[in-house]
Design a binder for this molecule. Structure first.
Ligand code: SAM
Length: 283
């Protein structure tokens, strides 16, 4: 096991604080500090920014982020049982770890990070991970408050985030993430690395904001992709009919063939569709 600090091994921390994993909170802990250090390094240079961590749990990734030199870590944890263990880490790194007890879905990340440059790093609770990602990539202000996302997901979700046309995983998430972000999957993590082990392999995804995404109204793009992928095997002229009775004409106006289907249209194609449907007042 890596010795990255002089705090007790995570197994002892869990035992000392009675942190039996709760399924309802998506708790699958990483106890190998070699691995959490690798994830922390993947986030990029941390000494000039605040790292926002969601769900620090017993603190494996938190310790790695601090040991890697993070100027400051702001960590949001819903499970109050973890707070004493996190307080021990805060005492080891005076002034560098702020723990907030709460639900990350309900808190304003900008207010919590005080306008500093922010990198987000997390072994996300799987039950809220996708929603948090969508919140971060659909912030109205772009470029957003964060300069990178280094996140763990179930492999199937990671593949949807980075999916490209004509693949089974391609859908709304891939279009939204691909429209506004660059990046990809960095590496897999075996279920065996977690306590308790989940059923599936996980991946670490690293995304950075594209400073100049193709011009498009976010709301229009969301409506178009929701309608198009709601019936992904149908031709768009049928799946987009609910948005406009002139759907077929608008599809052709946007440069696509009348028989196009959602799964074969690239991100630029969706942007064109959203712009044409918006100009026509359909979304
Ligand atoms: N970071 C730790 C690690 O890598 O071992 C724990 C990761 S565990 C997969 C997810 C963590 O998120 C748990 O500590 C859980 O209590 C916390 N959590 C679950 N839902 C949350 C929410 N809505 N807001 C903040 N934390 C949450």
């Amino acid at each position: 096991m890596a010795q990255i600090d002089d705090l007790p091994p995570l197994r002892d921390v869990i035992a000392a604080h009675g942190l039996d994993a709760k399924k309802s909170l998506g708790q699958n802990f990483l106890l190998d500090l070699n691995l959490t250090s690798r994830i922390a390094r993947s986030a990029g240079s941390l000494d000039d920014c605040t790292v926002l961590e969601i769900g620090p749990g017993p603190g494996g990734l938190t310790r790695a982020l601090l040991a890697a030199g993070a100027k400051k870590v702001v960590a949001i944890e819903k499970d109050s049982r973890c707070l004493p263990a996190l307080a021990d880490i805060a005492a080891r790194y005076p002034g560098r770890l702020e723990v907030i007890e709460g639900d990350a879905l309900q808190l304003d990340p900008v207010a919590l990070t005080g306008g500093d440059k922010v990198r987000i790093a997390a072994n996300l609770p799987y039950n809220v991970g996708t929603q948090l990602l969508i919140n971060w990539i659909t912030t109205p202000k772009w470029p957003p408050f964060w300069s990178s996302l280094t996140l763990m997901f179930q492999k199937e979700v990671g593949e949807r985030i980075v999916a490209r046309p004509a693949s089974k995983a391609y859908g709304r998430l891939g279009v939204l993430a691909g429209w506004r972000c660059n990046g990809g999957i960095l590496f897999d993590i075996s279920p065996k690395a977690f306590t308790p082990p989940p059923k599936v392999t996980s991946v670490v995804v690293h995304l950075t904001p594209d400073p100049t995404p193709l011009p498009c109204d976010l709301h229009a793009l969301e409506k178009i992709t929701a309608a198009a992928f709601g019936q992904r095997r149908k031709m768009l002229r049928s799946s987009l009919k609910a948005l406009s009775k002139d759907a077929e004409k608008l599809i052709v106006d946007s440069g696509l063939g009348p028989t196009a289907r959602a799964e074969e249209i690239d991100i630029a194609g969706f942007v064109n569709l959203a712009n044409v449907f918006r100009t026509a007042g359909a979304v």
